[in-house]
Ligand binder design. Structure first.
Ligand SMILES: C[S@@+](CC[C@H](N)C(=O)[O-])C[C@H]1O[C@@H](n2cnc3c(N)ncnc32)[C@H](O)[C@@H]1O
Length: 224
C-alpha cells in the first residue's frame, strides 16, 4: 500500500495522469509503457517543486518527461503544476530515483537525464548518500541513448569538482564535461530598440542561487 493517499491535492486539481508513487510505475519504464507513444523520454531526478518539469515539457511537447521526487509534498506540488498547465507529456513519481535507475530503465532508453542542485550531504560520513555517485552515473550512461545527455548543475563547488573527477574515473566513455550556460530569454521590445535578455531560471534552486549571487556550476555530458 502506498504511504500516502495519492492522486488528490489540496487544491483539488485531479492528478490522475500526473502523479504516481514509484511503486506504481511500470516495472520496465519506457515512453511506450508510461505514455503509450515512442517520443523521446527525459528523466529529472529530484524535481523539487517542478519548475523545470513545467517549463521543459511545455517547450518540448515532442518529448515525454518523468520527474522523480523523494519528498511527497514536493512531488504533489510539481504534479499540480503539470496538471494545471495540462502537460500530457509529463508525469511526476514520488519516491527514490536510485532503485529505478538500477532496475527499471532498459539500456538506451532516455534522451536526457537531468539532476539540478542535488542535496549536498555536506558531512563526510553522509557523502555516500549523494545522488550523483559511482553507481548512479554508470546507470545513467547505460540508460541514455546514443547522443543522449546528462545535465548536472550545482552551487556546491566541492560536490561539482568531486563529481567531475568521479565521473572521469567511473565512466570515462562520457568524455570531458561540456560547460552549459544559464538560459536567458529575449523580452519583447519596441522595434528599433535593443532587445534585453531577461533571466530564465531552469529550477527554483537556480533562481535562488542567481538572485543571491551564488555561483552555479553547470555541465552536460553527451553519450557518443
Ligand atoms: C536541493 S533540492 C533541488 C530541487 C530542484 N532540482 C531545484 O533545483 O530547484 C534536491 C531535491 O532532490 C530530492 N531528492 C533527493 N534525493 C532524491 C532521490 N534519491 N530521488 C528523488 N529525489 C531526491 C529532494 O527531496 C529535493 O527536493
Amino acid at each position: 500500500m502506498p504511504r500516502h493517499p495519492i492522486n488528490r491535492s489540496a487544491s483539488a486539481i485531479p492528478l490522475d495522469h500526473h502523479l504516481r508513487m514509484v511503486d506504481q510505475l511500470p516495472a520496465i519504464i519506457t515512453s511506450q509503457t508510461l505514455f503509450g507513444n515512442d517520443s523521446p523520454l527525459e528523466l529529472e531526478i529530484g524535481s523539487g517543486k517542478g519548475l523545470f518539469m513545467q517549463n521543459r515539457s511545455g517547450k518540448h511537447p515532442e518529448h515525454n518527461f518523468l520527474g522523480v521526487e523523494i519528498a511527497y509534498k514536493y512531488a504533489v506540488q510539481a504534479a499540480e503544476r503539470l496538471a494545471k498547465h495540462n502537460r500530457t507529456n509529463a508525469i511526476m513519481a514520488s519516491g527514490d530515483a536510485e532503485p529505478l535507475l538500477e532496475k527499471s530503465f532498459p539500456d538506451q532508453t532516455l534522451a536526457a537525464v537531468h539532476i539540478y542542485f542535488p542535496d549536498p550531504w555536506w558531512k563526510k560520513k553522509h557523502k555516500k548518500r549523494r545522488v550523483v555517485n559511482p553507481q548512479s552515473v554508470k546507470h545513467i550512461y547505460r540508460i541514455l541513448t546514443t547522443n543522449g545527455s546528462f545535465h548536472f548543475w550545482t552551487d556546491v563547488l566541492e560536490y561539482f569538482e568531486s563529481a567531475i573527477e568521479m565521473i572521469a574515473a567511473e565512466v570515462p566513455q562520457f568524455g570531458p564535461p561540456i560547460p552549459e550556460e544559464p538560459e536567458s530569454e529575449q523580452t519583447e521590445v519596441p522595434a528599433g530598440s535593443n532587445p534585453s535578455p531577461t533571466p530564465s531560471y531552469r529550477t527554483h534552486f537556480e533562481r535562488r542561487s542567481r538572485l543571491h549571487q551564488i555561483p552555479v556550476y553547470r555541465v552536460r555530458y553527451d553519450k557518443r
